[in-house]
Design a protein around this ligand. Sequence first.
Ligand SMILES: Cc1cc2nc3c(=O)[nH]c(=O)nc-3n(C[C@H](O)[C@H](O)[C@H](O)COP(=O)(O)OP(=O)(O)OC[C@H]3O[C@@H](n4cnc5c(N)ncnc54)[C@H](O)[C@@H]3O)c2cc1C
Length: 400
Amino acid sequence: MTGLRIGVVGGSIAGCAMAIAGTRAGAEVTVHERSSGELQDRGFGIVIPPPLHQELVAGGYLGADMPTAPVATRIWLTRAPGRHSARELARQSSPVTPCNWGLLWRALRSNIGESAYHRGLPVGSVGRTHSGHALIRTADGEQEYDIVVGADGHRSVTRELIAPEVRPAPAGYLVWRGTIPLSALRDHPKVLELLKTAWITLGFAGGHGVFYLIPGADPGSRLLAYAIYAPPPVSASVSASVSASKVPVSAAYVRNIADEHFPAEWADVVARGEHTSQALHPVADFVVPRAAEPPFLLAGDAASVTRPHTASGAVKALQDALCLERTLRESPSAAAALRRYAHERTAEGARLVGLGRRLGRALVENTPDWPAMGPADVDAWSRATLNGARSYLYGGVHQR
Ligand SMILES: Cc1cc2nc3c(=O)[nH]c(=O)nc-3n(C[C@H](O)[C@H](O)[C@H](O)COP(=O)(O)OP(=O)(O)OC[C@H]3O[C@@H](n4cnc5c(N)ncnc54)[C@H](O)[C@@H]3O)c2cc1C
């Protein structure tokens, strides 16, 4: 693929990973990122499967020195009925590699090699030349490429060209994400001890919370990352228009959820923790009918968004990049590579959207009677929910 010109729209997780993939396959890559600043301030927790992390390090996508906070176990908790203490429901084998979103982005960004990374200029649209090449249009003019990769997130302008009919389907509930310094756990040493060896799912009627440690910005430091899924406050409408500007209102609501449903020490952490970051997202999903249509290709959230219960958006973006590198190396032409990419990655996007919906139904929309469950029930519930699907978060369950 020497001499192949690839333009990438978006320079976040998917964009940087695609730039590395293209460069490693011998192409000349140019990234066009709208934001002018560093992207690490989006930093939250991201979980990836350990084998993928190893593959990315071995393949030169990530440095071995990128901080991670691996754990091998998942603990299911709920609030004991009529009490304020936690009750452990089950432990499952679930090896995961939690990362800090910002550190992951920075690690990818530092490995894009010879690729040019232009920032601070949005791509207005993409199009085709008469000769079948791809065009990227910015305020500076038009650039022609052999392949344009749309890595421009869930509102992708690239997707508008090849799949304009696709619209996100709202799940009808929200997720509050946050990161909290470990000083918030000062009075709760048992909580901290659990988190050092496991990631936690805290089930309640009508939703759940997920808690895990991630690396902080300072070497060796840790943050507590969490995501709490629940229906919106009665006063808010659940639509894609719920915005980060409503976070202060929602912060009060999420504290109410914690007080009402969480064991006391977990409620205290959420309520009193001084957040280093916090955001509200309506949960939604979609998948494109084809992840590539030569000379265009979609990667990461531009191609599909799954409900976050699968913890697979960044994972899929990284796997998209590995797939592009492989198909470019193994195919006789760029168009053939993109057709193979479309075949493999469209199916994976659809699979993850289906899995996310099943998990959403079981973990938010139609929750079981958690306090009545024990280890065997959680295992049976997990198997029934997966319904034969693979998920690295349920590795121990699926393999048995
Ligand atoms: C609560 C929650 C928990 C999650 N947990 C996990 C997890 O544990 N594991 C996991 O794998 N994933 C997880 N995800 C998903 C993951 O965060 C996303 O899938 C991933 O970050 C998407 O990366 P991306 O590069 O595709 O898109 P984005 O990060 O949205 O990047 C798109 C980029 O394109 C740029 N852009 C947009 N339009 C233009 C334009 N016109 N011109 C130029 N640039 C443009 C934007 O500025 C941005 O930088 C989670 C998501 C949520 C909400």
